[in-house]
Design a protein around this ligand. Structure first.
Ligand SMILES: Nc1ncnc2c1ncn2[C@@H]1O[C@H](COP(=O)(O)OP(=O)(O)OP(=O)(O)O)[C@@H](O)[C@H]1O
Ligand SMILES: [K+]
Ligand SMILES: [Mg+2]
Length: 713
C-alpha cells in the first residue's frame, strides 16, 4: 500500500511575520527604471493622457504655455518685457511637462515589475512537443499548440507539461517553479480533489502521467497570468471610477475659480490705474496673464492623487502577486479590503490538515484487533490522506486485508454521505462521521451501544475527528483522526477582529470537535456538520445582511460557494472547477493567505484614501499661499502672509512643489501607507489627522523654502 509520508496538502507554518511568507520577486529589477523613464515620455501621447481627466488638463495647459513661450502676446499685448515673459512661460512649460512625466513615471514603475514577470512567464510558454493519445490508443507527437480541450496526452519524466490538464492516470512529482518560484517538487495524483490538476509550462520530474487537457491554446493558466501581470485586462475598478469622477468635478470647480480671477483683477486694476498709478495696474494685469492662470490652475487641481491613482492600483495587484496569489481583477483585490466576514473551512485551513489515524477504540465488546481489521477493510480503496493513514495504522497493528481486492468494490467518500467503505461478498463495511454510521446501522436494524458515544466524546473533546467503523449492522469502534491547529492563528484572527472582520469556521465535523477547534483557534463563530449546500447558504445569509464575504476552498464541491463569495480564493492544488469559480488562486495553496489578502486590500484602500486627503489638503493650502501674492504684487501687501518674494516666484515655487511632490510620493504609493489593524472608522480619523493636517502644512513650508532658494526677485 502507499505510505502516508506524502502529505498532499503542502503547508508552510506561518511565521507570523509577513516577510518570510512573501516571495522575493523573481524578476530582474535592473533595467526596470531605465525602461520606466523611457515609458514616461512615451505615455505623453494624448490618447493615453485623455483617460485621466486631471492630468489631461495639465497636458492641455502645457501645450498652451508652450505657445505662450513662443509668443507671449498670443492672447493680447502685455505691458511687459517680451523676453522676460518668454523666459517665464518657457520655465512654466518645462515644469508642467515634468509634472506629467513624473506621474507617468509612477505608473511605469508600477507596471514595470509585472511586465518583467510577464516576460519571464512567456519564456516558459514556448511550444513543446506533446505526446497525444489517439482514439486508437496510439501515441502521436504533435505541437502543444495543436492540443484542444478534451484531448488526452501522455507526459513522461523530464517532459514539459504541454497544456493545463487534469490527471487521469499516474502519479508523479512536478516542478512548478516556473509559476510559483518554489523549487520543491509537488506530488500530483488523480482521484482526490487535491493535487490532481497540472499547469502547462511546468515540468514533470518523475514517473509518467496521462492527462486530459482542460484549456485550449492561449487560454491556459500561464496565458491568463501573463495577461494579468501585464495589466492587459486592467480596467478601472468601481472605486477608482468614483474617485476619478470626484477629481474631475474638483478640477472643474477650480477651473471656474481660476477663470474668474482675471475679471476680478481687471476690475481692481481699473481702480488702481486711477488711484495708485498705471504701474501697479500693469503688475496686476500681468499677474493674471493666461500663463500664470494655467499655472495657478495646475497648482490647485488634485494632480498629486490624479498622477498617482493608477500606480496605487497596479501596485496593489502587484503586492498580491508577490504573495504568489493570482487575482483575476483589481476589483477582487479591492474587495478584499472591504471584507466583513471570512469563511474558512476547518481541515487544512485552520488545522494542519493531515488528519492522521492515531488510535482505534473498540466498542460493543469487540477487540482492538477486530477494529483494526474492519477499519483496514473499510479503507482499502480510500485514497484520501485520512484513508491511507488508517491503512498504515492498521497494518502497524498487524492487520492484513482479508479479501481479494479484485472481487471487492470501493465506496468512495462523499461530503454528502460523510462515509466511505468497501462492499464484498454481500458485506457492507463502512467508516464515517459517527452520526452517519449510526444512521447506516439503524437503517439495517442494528443497535447503537452507549460505549460508542463515550468514545465519540472522548475523541471530540481532544479536537480530533472520530470516525465510526461498522460491518453491516454491527458497530466495531471508533478511529481517532488526529489533527493540529496551526500555530499563530489566534493572533491573526485577533488582528482581523480589530479590523472589524468576523471569522466563521465551517466544517463537516461534529459539534463537539468543531467547538474545541474553534475555541483553540479563536474564531468568532463556527458551523458544524456542514454540507456543501450549507456552505453556500452561510455565505448567502451573510450577504443578505449587507456583508462582503471571503472564502477559501479547494474541492469541486467548494466551487459554488467560491463563486458565491465576494472574494473566493482557490488553492492551486485544488480542482480546475474550484480555480475557475474563484476570483483568486493561491499558487502556494496556503488557505491562511486570505488573511494577508485582507490586509493588502485594506492597505490599498487606505493608501488611496490617505493620498487623496493629502492631495486635496495640499491644493487648499496652495490656494491660500498663491492668490494673496498676486494681489500683493499690486501693493495690496497685507494679504501676503507668507512673505513670498513676488507673484511670479510664488507661482513657480508652487508649481515646482506640485511636480516634485508626485515624485516624492511614488515610493509611498507603491509600498502603501503604514498599516495598522484598526477598524475603518479609526483608520479614517487617523488618516485625516496625519495626511490632512500634513497636507495643509507641507506646502506652506516647502513653497516658502523653494521661494527662498529661487533666484527670482
Ligand atoms: N475518508 C473518509 N472516509 C469516511 N469518512 C470521512 C472521510 N473523511 C472525512 N470523513 C467524515 O466526513 C466528515 C466531513 O468531511 P469533509 O472533509 O468533507 O469535511 P469538510 O466539510 O470539508 O469540512 P472540514 O474540511 O473543514 O473538516 C468528516 O468530519 C468525517 O467525519
Ligand atoms: K495640484
Ligand atoms: Mg474540507
Amino acid at each position: 500500500m502507499t505510505s502516508t509520508d506524502n502529505s498532499p496538502r503542502p503547508y508552510r507554518v506561518p511565521s507570523g511575520t509577513r516577510d518570510t511568507r512573501r516571495h522575493t520577486p523573481k524578476v530582474e529589477m535592473k533595467g526596470l527604471y531605465q525602461r520606466a523613464i523611457k515609458e514616461s515620455f512615451v505615455k505623453l501621447d494624448p490618447r493615453i493622457q485623455v483617460r485621466n481627466p486631471v492630468m489631461f488638463v495639465v497636458w492641455v495647459g502645457t501645450l498652451v504655455t508652450l505657445l505662450l513661450a513662443i509668443d507671449p502676446n498670443l492672447f493680447g499685448t502685455l505691458q511687459a518685457d517680451v523676453n522676460k515673459q518668454r523666459l517665464l512661460n518657457g520655465l512654466i512649460t518645462f515644469i508642467l511637462l515634468f509634472t506629467i512625466v513624473f506621474a507617468n513615471f509612477a505608473e511605469a514603475v508600477a507596471e514595470g515589475r509585472g511586465k518583467a514577470q510577464a516576460d519571464a512567464l512567456r519564456a516558459t510558454r514556448s511550444d513543446t512537443i506533446a505526446k497525444k493519445i489517439l482514439p486508437t490508443g496510439a501515441v502521436q507527437e504533435v505541437s502543444s499548440t495543436e492540443l484542444r480541450r478534451g484531448d488526452q496526452v501522455k507526459v513522461v519524466a523530464g517532459d514539459m507539461i504541454p497544456a493545463d490538464g487534469e490527471i487521469i492516470a499516474g502519479i508523479g512529482s512536478v516542478d512548478e517553479s516556473a509559476i510559483t518560484g518554489e523549487s520543491a517538487p509537488v506530488l500530483k495524483q488523480p482521484g482526490t480533489d487535491i493535487m490532481s490538476s497540472v499547469t502547462g509550462g511546468t515540468r514533470l520530474l518523475s514517473d509518467e502521467l496521462t492527462l486530459r487537457i482542460t484549456a485550449d491554446p492561449g487560454q491556459g493558466f500561464i496565458d491568463r497570468m501573463i495577461a494579468l501581470v501585464e495589466g492587459a485586462e486592467r480596467t478601472k475598478t468601481p472605486n477608482e471610477i468614483a474617485l476619478t469622477v470626484l477629481l474631475a468635478v474638483l478640477t472643474l470647480v477650480f477651473l471656474i475659480v481660476v477663470a474668474n480671477i482675471p475679471p476680478i483683477t481687471g476690475y481692481v486694476a481699473g481702480f488702481l490705474s486711477t488711484s495708485t498709478g498705471e504701474q501697479a495696474a500693469a503688475e496686476l494685469r500681468n499677474g493674471a496673464s493666461v500663463a500664470i492662470m494655467i499655472s495657478l490652475l495646475v497648482a490647485l487641481i488634485p494632480t498629486t492623487i490624479g498622477g498617482l491613482l493608477s500606480a496605487i492600483g497596479i501596485a496593489g495587484m502587484d503586492r498580491v502577486a508577490q504573495f504568489n496569489v493570482i487575482a483575476t481583477s483589481g476589483r477582487a483585490v479591492e474587495a478584499c479590503g472591504d471584507i466583513n466576514t471570512l469563511v474558512l473551512d476547518k481541515t487544512g485551513t485552520i488545522t494542519l490538515g493531515n488528519r492522521l489515524a492515531a488510535e482505534f477504540i473498540p466498542v460493543n465488546g469487540h477487540s482492538l484487533q477486530d477494529v483494526a481489521q474492519v477499519a483496514l477493510n473499510a479503507s482499502v480503496f480510500d485514497e484520501t490522506p485520512e484513508g491511507r493513514s488508517i491503512v498504515a495504522l492498521a497494518t502497524q497493528s498487524g492487520a492484513t486485508v482479508s479479501f481479494d481486492p479484485k472481487l471487492a468494490e470501493g465506496v468512495e467518500f462523499s461530503a454528502r454521505t460523510r462515509m466511505s467503505g468497501t462492499d464484498f461478498e454481500g458485506k457492507e463495511i463502512r467508516k464515517g462521521a459517527v452520526d452517519a454510521i449510526k444512521g447506516f446501522v439503524r437503517s439495517r436494524g442494528g443497535y447503537v451501544p452507549n460505549s460508542l458515544d463515550e468514545a465519540y466524546e472522548r475523541v471530540s473533546k481532544l479536537g480530533g475527528t472520530p470516525l465510526a467503523v461498522c460491518q453491516n449492522d454491527d458497530i466495531y469502534g471508533v478511529i481517532y483522526l488526529k489533527d493540529t491547529v496551526k500555530p499563530g492563528l489566534r493572533e491573526r484572527f485577533d488582528q482581523l477582529r480589530r479590523m472589524g472582520v468576523r471569522t466563521i469556521m465551517l466544517t463537516g465535523d461534529n459539534r463537539i470537535t468543531a467547538s474545541v477547534i474553534a475555541e483553540e483557534a479563536g474564531v468568532d463563530d463556527f458551523i458544524a456538520e456542514a454540507t456543501p449546500e450549507d456552505k453556500i447558504e452561510v455565505i448567502r445569509s451573510e450577504q443578505a445582511q449587507g456583508k462582503l464575504v471571503a472564502m477559501t476552498g479547494d474541492g469541486t464541491n467548494d466551487a459554488p460557494a467560491l463563486a458565491q463569495a465576494n472574494v473566493g480564493l482557490a488553492m492551486n492544488s485544488g480542482t480546475q472547477a474550484a480555480k475557475e469559480a474563484a476570483n483568486m488562486v493561491d499558487l502556494d495553496s496556503d488557505p491562511t493567505k486570505l488573511i494577508d489578502l485582507v490586509t493588502i486590500g485594506k492597505q490599498l484602500l487606505i493608501t488611496r484614501g490617505a493620498l487623496t486627503t493629502f492631495s486635496v489638503a495640499n491644493d487648499i493650502a496652495k490656494y491660500f499661499a498663491i492668490i494673496p501674492t498676486i494681489f500683493a504684487a499690486a501693493g495690496i501687501g497685507a494679504l501676503n502672509v507668507m512673505g513670498l518674494k513676488s507673484a511670479n516666484s510664488a507661482i513657480i515655487s508652487a508649481l515646482i512643489y506640485n511636480a516634485l511632490i508626485i515624485l516624492v510620493l511614488i515610493p509611498l504609493a507603491l509600498k502603501g501607507v503604514q498599516f495598522r489593524p484598526l477598524t475603518a472608522d479609526q483608520l479614517l480619523r487617523r488618516n485625516i489627522l496625519i495626511y490632512g493636517v500634513g497636507g495643509v502644512v507641507a506646502p506652506f513650508i516647502a513653497i516658502k523654502l523653494i521661494d527662498v532658494i529661487l533666484p527670482f526677485s
